[in-house]
Design a protein around this ligand. Structure first.
Ligand code: ZN
Length: 77
């Protein structure tokens, strides 16, 4: 009995640099509030961590910036 299994691994094109940029923006994208000392410090931490390739630390810093509460100057309501 011919037991033929097709083991041809499909080849996918590797993600382009554009995707890496998108992922970076997704992971580390954040907008520090102007005039906020905490956000400024976190933004600096984020830059330092990324430069040092400490990605988990960079992600944490970006997440903190995103989650930092501020006065609802232009909150949606
Ligand atoms: Zn802040």
């Amino acid at each position: 009995m011919g037991d033929t299994t097709m083991t041809d691994p499909p080849t996918y094109p590797q993600p382009a640099v554009e995707l890496a940029d998108f992922v970076e923006e997704y992971l580390y994208g954040c907008s520090p509030a102007p005039g906020c000392g905490v956000c400024a410090a976190l933004a600096k931490e984020l830059a330092v961590a990324r430069a040092a390739r400490e990605y988990s630390r960079a992600y944490d810093a970006a997440a903190e910036i995103r989650n930092h509460p501020h006065a609802p100057a232009r909150a949606e309501r």
